[in-house]
Structures are given as C-alpha cells and as structure tokens.
Design a protein around this ligand. Structure first.
Ligand code: NAD
Ligand code: ZN
Length: 358
C-alpha cells in the first residue's frame, strides 16, 4: 500500500498475476474503452498474453507500441502518446495501462498525467528496475536537450501490477541494472538485502527462486513506498534514493551515455560515495562491504576518465545546491545523510578508489 496526498494505491507483486489483474482493474471502471501503451520488446515477447488478457475484459482496447530505448522519453513521443489518447476519445475515467520498463512508465505516465489533466494510470513494470523503483512514487516525465528528466509531473498511479513472469525475457544486462538499485536500498535502509540479492549470482535466470525474487522485490518496493510516504515531493529524505547517483550521472555523461549502463554507473557511484563517507568518518561494517563488493561483475573496461571532468559534470547536476556539491553519504549502513562537499581533492580521491575497482 502506498499512501500519498494525491491518492493511496496498491502495488501487487506476484507471478502470473497479469491476466487476472487486467480483468479486475478493467471491471472496476465504467465505460467501454481501455488504452494500452506497451514497450516494443515486451510486445514482441508477450503479445499473446497481452492481447488475450485485454480481449477477455470484453472492452475495446486501443494499443500503441512504445519504441524501445531512452529516445522515447522525448517531448515529441509524449505528444504522440497524447494524440493517440485524445484522437481515440479518452475520457477522464478511462484507464490507461502502461506496460514496460522505466522509459515506457515515465513517458506513458506523463501522458496519463497530462491528458485531460489526468486519467487513471496503471503501471505494469516489466524490468527489475521499473518494479523496484520507477513505477513507485509518482515521478513521470521526459528528457530535454539540456538534461534528463527535466519535464514532467508527480502523478500517482491507480495501481501497480508487478508480475515477475515478464522478467523471463529480460536480458541479463537489464537484470544487472536492477541489481544496482536493489543494492542502493540495502545500503540506505536494509542491509540484509545484500544477502537476499545473492540470488542474482545464479548462472541462469530461470534458476532464481520465484518466492525469493518476489520477497526481495517486495522489500525494495516497501522501502521506496515508506520514503515516498514521508516525503512525496522530495523536500528532504526522498533525496536518499539518489545514493550513488551524483557520481553515476557524471560517469554516464562522461561516457556519453554509451559505454556504461546506468546500473554500472550507479554501482561505481555507490563505491565512490562509500569512500567519501569513510573520509568523513563513517563506520561501515567491513563484512557488509565485502558482501557488497562481491555481488557485482563489471562488463565495462576502464577508459581514459579524467577526474577533473567527472567532478565538473557533478557541478552541473541539477541536484547541486549553490557552491557545494551535495551528496548522499552514509554514517553507517542504513543511516544515510546529506553532506555538502566543497573540496575537489576529496572528491577526486573517492573517484580514484571507486575506479580502481575496474
Ligand atoms: P527501459 O525501459 O529502457 O528498459 C530496458 C530494456 O529492456 C529496453 O530495451 C526494453 O525494451 C527492454 N524490456 C523491458 N521489459 C522487458 C522484458 N520483460 N523482456 C524483455 N525486454 C524488456 O529501462 P529501465 O531500466 O526499465 O528504466 C530506465 C528509465 O527509468 C530511465 O529513463 C530512468 O530515467 C527512469 N527512471 C525513472 C524513475 C522514476 O521514479 N520515475 C526512477 C528510476 C529510473
Ligand atoms: Zn538509478
């Protein structure tokens, strides 16, 4: 259950729950129409299930494919979504189902937030990252040429349906992306998540226990829901969810968003943030740090990364406060703090330690 000022809603996590849930949600709305926005790859692998489930509702459904990749998080594709909804007669109480990863969720969510000033939005996250992070908490939006996520709205969904059976077709790299955000929750809130995350080390995705995966995803969703409940509009503690991300965004920018994935950048960013925390006297249990380090395998090779350039990129991070760079650091595991850091040397040292891992 997520409680916000806009609305309270349920997040359901399970295996093979999609079909029943679509029917249940569809039945709870009057009107004959439904809208579906679905990620291109999800449609490719799961079109039988998706079509069958919506056909069984007995309603007309309008389905549009969202091209895969970050490029769909644009003003122009948001406009395509709006036209699709309006030209097919969306009403204030017509549900819009958004099925895919964070990209589809963000752009489709923003279309649902803005069409007719808001229509009911049902998130069906299909990546690990979208299940544990982007589908929870109401941030929707698109990118602008001057930066990521600069246009958008806080808009809470009517319901979130996280069906892990979609993950059977998720590429391994995307699992690793999700793992970084999972470890982030471990570091800032619940360190036993590091142990639970060991299931990600299975050689074959099919061998991961469904129960353990549902349990882990539910833990993460609960952590995010609790934080969002306390600080819906990121006035204070919601910023803890940016642990590792100030460093990560700089790395992604330095690599032109190409040679490094978000997950890898976040993992290295967390290592840098841990090093910076140590500099300021953190007391982090070393066994947990060993566990943290053991859970990730890099695929990136070390590039010519300039510490000065990386640090400069952070100075233009939108989360920066005036003269300082503001970081989420740890006092100890599960105890995040916000810290404004002025010295470039200290930041360079943190970068060095993290990048030496490569
Ligand atoms: P994504 O949506 O691009 O999906 C990753 C890839 O997996 C895509 O190629 C997609 O087609 C494919 N895919 C998705 N589900 C699949 C499935 N079940 N089987 C096979 N392939 C599948 O990426 P993501 O990592 O889910 O999300 C990243 C986006 O989320 C970024 O734009 C980021 O800014 C945003 N985000 C938003 C929030 C928020 O609070 N709104 C939080 C974190 C991240
Ligand atoms: Zn992230």
């Amino acid at each position: 259950e997520v409680k916000t000022s806009q609305k309270n809603y349920t997040v359901l996590v399970g295996s093979d729950i999609f079909e029943d849930q679509i029917k249940e949600v569809a039945d709870s709305f009057n009107g004959d129409n439904l809208f579906v926005l679905v990620d291109e790859n999800v449609e490719k692998y799961h079109s039988d299930l998706i079509n069958k489930s919506f056909e069984e509702t007995g309603k007309n459904f309008f389905l549009m494919t969202v091209p895969e990749g970050e490029k769909s998080k644009s003003v122009s594709f948001w406009n395509t979504c709006i036209e699709f909804l309006l030209e097919n007669g969306v009403r204030r109480n017509t549900p819009v189902f958004v099925i895919g990863g964070g990209v589809t969720g963000d752009v489709g969510g923003f279309a649902a937030a803005s069409a007719l000033r808001g229509v009911p939005l049902i998130h069906v996250p299909t990546t690990v990252l979208a299940m544990v992070d982007s589908s929870i908490g109401g941030k929707t939006g698109v990118n602008h040429s001057t930066g990521k996520n600069l246009i958008g709205a806080f808009y809470q969904p009517y319901k979130v349906i996280a069906d892990i059976s979609f993950l059977n077709t998720l590429p391994r790299d995307e699992w690793t992306n999700g793992l970084s955000e999972i470890l982030k929750y471990g570091a800032i809130e619940q360190v036993d998540i590091f142990d639970k995350a060991e299931i990600f080390l299975q050689h074959k995705i099919e061998e991961i226990s469904k129960d353990k995966l549902i349990d882990l995803i539910t833990d993460c969703i609960q952590i995010k829901a609790d934080i969002v409940e306390k600080d819906e509009f990121e006035g204070n503690i919601r910023a803890y969810l940016n642990f590792g991300h100030t460093f990560a965004h700089a790395l992604e920018k330095e690599c032109s968003y190409q040679s490094i994935s978000h997950g890898e950048a976040v993992y290295l960013g967390m290592l840098a943030a841990i090093e910076l925390s140590n500099h300021f006297g953190a007391k982090l249990n070393p066994d947990k740090l060993l566990k943290f380090r053991s859970l990730y395998h890099y695929r990136v090779s070390k590039e010519e990364l300039s510490l000065e350039d990386l640090t400069d990129h952070m100075k233009f991070d939108k989360k920066r406060t005036s003269q300082y760079i503001r970081f989420v650091l740890l006092d100890e595991w599960q105890s995040p703090i916000l810290k404004e850091v002025r010295s470039d040397d200290v930041i360079h040292q943190a970068w060095k330690v993290a990048l030496d891992e490569l």
